[in-house]
Design a protein around this ligand. Structure first.
Ligand SMILES: Cc1cc2nc3c(=O)[nH]c(=O)nc-3n(C[C@H](O)[C@H](O)[C@H](O)COP(=O)(O)OP(=O)(O)OC[C@H]3O[C@@H](n4cnc5c(N)ncnc54)[C@H](O)[C@@H]3O)c2cc1C
Length: 360
């Protein structure tokens, strides 16, 4: 079986892993990113329609409180624009009665990225050598060796497809997912494994819907596109339009728990009818729509992520450890950040820590 040797292996090509790769690349270090999916971005996903990219994962950043994101976006020459919030909101009661309510501006101010959040990943990848990112490379096992680690790629129950030898490993995926799907040899301590399993993966139990229209008909009647519903399927809706020009969009989070979302077609039909009840008939006929159920994504969510998470957890490195096996494996991934954990800012924070700590 082929075994490739490299200085650093980054496991996971979401924002944290890609940012770690970008930082290593700028320092001329040798590394490989092993990404399980056939695409990079992880929870960042922005399918394109008529040149507009709809964010089905994160769509907002908050420059006032997330300085690393603000600076990176500026340094990379990307542009952000304010979340559209002008006008009144809508509220739907548990029995489907809809009323107009006063609108409000979210604090701190939310910004969207031109080109969708995927523009950030694409731009970072420009500075990463192309053959350094290996897609469709799910890591199934990490073994500690006298120096460094042996990393196996493939399905656990089968022979590994390929192996990598590395001096250092950056684990840039949710710790819960790592503990539930990757074999560590020797075993991680019971305390550390429990701590990793207990760290909920932020938004992993969520599903998001995006509808695109040629006209912002809700704005024309003085509505901001912001709505809250106690009936569902969408629990929270926002304007998801392009900056200034079209396409225009309405986007929302599904308020139904993951276990009740198994009938996708029926759910989408119910969402379109709900949009029509809240915004009028044209809302049921978008020119395009997208739906993503993150709870059904095996490289994001585990069974522990299926129940809804009501509060943003206070994240920190698992069991207080930023690295294990005498500095062979370093934790990255937003859920291991000391600050802004769960958010994009946390993904950058944790990546920076892993890179700074492991480069002498
Ligand atoms: C619906 C939704 C809305 C959100 N909204 C916002 C928002 O508005 N603002 C904000 O700041 N944050 C938001 N977030 C959170 C944000 O998406 C995350 O903080 C961020 O994307 C996490 O990046 P990460 O690299 O740490 O993890 P991930 O993006 O999860 O990346 C982990 C990567 O590891 C890969 N992987 C998994 N298992 C393996 C394996 N065995 N081998 C190799 N690779 C593997 C995955 O495929 C993935 O690419 C939202 C998330 C969701 C789902």
């Amino acid at each position: 079986m082929p075994t490739e040797k490299v200085d650093t292996i980054i496991i996971g090509g979401g924002l944290s892993g890609i940012y770690a790769a970008y930082l290593l690349s700028r320092r001329n270090k040798s590394f490989i990113v092993l990404e399980a999916r056939e695409r990079v971005g992880g929870r960042i996903l922005s399918p394109e329609h008529q040149g507009f990219c709809s964010d089905l994962g994160p769509s907002w950043y908050w420059p006032e409180i997330h300085p690393k994101m603000a600076r990176l976006i500026q340094d990379l020459g990307l542009k952000g624009y304010r979340q559209f919030e002008e006008g009144r909101g809508r509220f739907e009661s548990p029995v489907g009665a809809v009323r107009t309510v006063s609108g409000y501006v979210m604090e701190p101010l939310s910004w969207r990225l031109s080109g969708g959040m995927m523009a950030l990943i694409r731009k970072l990848c420009e500075d990463i050598p192309e053959n350094a990112i290996r897609l469709s490379h799910p890591v199934c096992k990490i073994e500690k060796k006298v120096a460094g680690a042996l990393i196996s790629v493939g399905e656990l129950e089968k022979e590994p497809r390929t192996r990598f030898r590395a001096n250092k490993v950056i684990l840039a995926l949710p710790p819960r997912l790592a503990a539930a799907t990757i074999l560590f040899d020797p075993d991680l301590s019971h305390n550390l494994t429990q701590a990793m399993l207990k760290i909920g993966t932020w938004m992993a139990g969520q599903a998001k819907f995006y509808a695109l229209y040629e006209e912002p008909f809700w704005r024309q009647t003085g509505l901001s596109g912001q709505a809250f519903s106690e009936r569902g399927p969408l629990g929270e809706i926002h304007d998801g339009s392009n900056d200034r020009r079209g396409p225009f969009g309405l986007t929302g989070f599904v308020g139904i728990p993951a276990v009740q979302r198994d009938q996708q077609q029926l759910l989408i039909e119910a969402i379109l009818s709900q949009l029509a009840i809240i915004y009028g008939k044209p809302a049921a006929q978008p020119m395009a729509f997208f739906y993503q159920d993150w709870a059904r994504e095996r490289f994001t969510a585990t069974r522990f992520d299926q129940p809804p998470m009501y509060e943003h957890p206070l994240y920190h490195p698992p069991a207080g450890q930023t690295c294990i096996w005498d500095g062979t494996i370093y934790f990255a991934g937003t859920e291991t950040a000391n600050q802004h954990g769960g958010y994009l800012e946390g993904a950058l924070t944790a990546a920076e820590r892993a890179v700074m700590n492991h480069i002498p």
